[in-house]
Design a protein around this ligand. Structure first.
Ligand SMILES: [Zn+2]
Length: 322
């Protein structure tokens, strides 16, 4: 109907303009798709590659890159149990880290035992060569992060029994305050970790930081290292400083001065959210790290040692696991 109303010449003109617009649009779309086309993802930037390594790479330990985009050469396994601690969920094979982290956690266990706090539960550290994990944490990639649960009510247990444990959450999100389960023992556990000079910062829920701020301490210096973050209501996330001998390790900015118990904490209390819980059997998409340092490619491909055995009956001495 509309065509008939338009004269021959006018129709041609309209058609031409239409064609020109169409060509222009196509050209633009082409340019856009060319621009948008992402560069191919190198194998060493995917969680699939790092999640399937057979063991740590050989050689001197080196943390490479940033906490959320990097890897570790020459990692060590934290022995599954020791004085004052036991590693949980060993089947995940995430009890690897820089030797400085392994030493720090063993010393931490000793101090926990000495303080009579019970047995600390060590959760995820990192994968045998670090890198992105197929599930969970965005960081924990350079062997300098570890999650430690806050519950202290469990005795030393067999490895199988440590696979399926429930985290005790200490935050009531309606009030944004700690729950009645919280005690001095949790506070002391966090203080012991934060007082270690190797520790750069510890992520805890804002309600937990508030409880730590409100308690009286002989020395409040360690409070500076407690950083409020979402989730972290049943565990603390310990992060170490870049160790000596790791020139490619990217240290984070220094903490602001002070105990961090003021305005920043108050704003966190208004905005903190619980971590997302996934149903059992949830299969996340593989993770890609866009800024993975190129120096991680040879780490992924290097010769290495095998993973430690997980069975209770075949306790692998620390030396062999290394
Ligand atoms: Zn963590």
């Amino acid at each position: 109907m509309g065509f008939r109303a338009i004269g021959g010449r006018a129709f041609k003109a309209v058609a031409c303009v239409g064609l020109a617009v169409a060509l222009l649009a196509a050209g633009e779309a082409d340019a856009k798709s060319r621009k948008k086309k992402p560069a191919p993802i190198p194998v060493y930037a995917t969680s699939v590659a790092w999640g399937s390594v057979t063991g740590p790479s050989l050689g001197a330990p080196r943390s490479i890159g940033g906490y959320a985009a990097g890897c570790i050469a020459g990692a060590r396994a934290l022995p599954p149990e020791g004085v004052g601690y036991q590693v949980i969920r060993l089947s995940r094979q995430r009890n690897y880290g820089h030797p400085v982290l392994v030493d720090m956690l063993r010393d931490f266990g000793q101090r926990v035992a000495l303080a009579g706090l019970g047995t600390a539960l060590i959760g995820d550290m990192g994968q045998a060569r670090g890198g992105p994990m197929p599930s969970g944490h965005a960081s924990h990639q350079i062997g300098l992060d570890a999650d430690v649960w806050l519950r202290l009510d469990l005795p030393p247990m067999g490895r199988a029994g440590r696979e399926r444990l429930d985290e005790v959450k200490y935050v009531d999100y309606d009030r944004m305050r700690i729950t009645g389960d919280w005690s001095d023992r949790q506070a002391k556990l966090i203080q012991i970790a934060a007082s270690d000079a190797r520790v750069a910062r510890i992520f805890v829920n804002p309600a937990i930081k508030l409880a730590m701020c409100q308690r009286s301490w002989a020395d409040r210096g360690f409070l500076n290292k407690l950083r409020p973050w979402h989730g972290h209501d049943g565990h603390m996330h310990i992060r170490l400083n870049c160790p000596a001998g790791s020139p490619q390790c990217e240290q984070q900015d220094a903490q602001p001065e002070g105990d961090g118990c003021g305005d920043e904490l108050m704003s966190w209390l208004d905005s903190a959210a619980p971590a997302t819980e996934h149903p059992p059997g949830y299969k996340p998409e593989p993770r890609v790290v866009r800024k993975m340092p190129a120096a991680c490619a040879p780490v992924l491909n290097a010769a290495g040692t095998r993973m430690a055995s997980l069975a209770d009956s075949a306790v692998v001495p620390a030396k062999e696991a290394r």
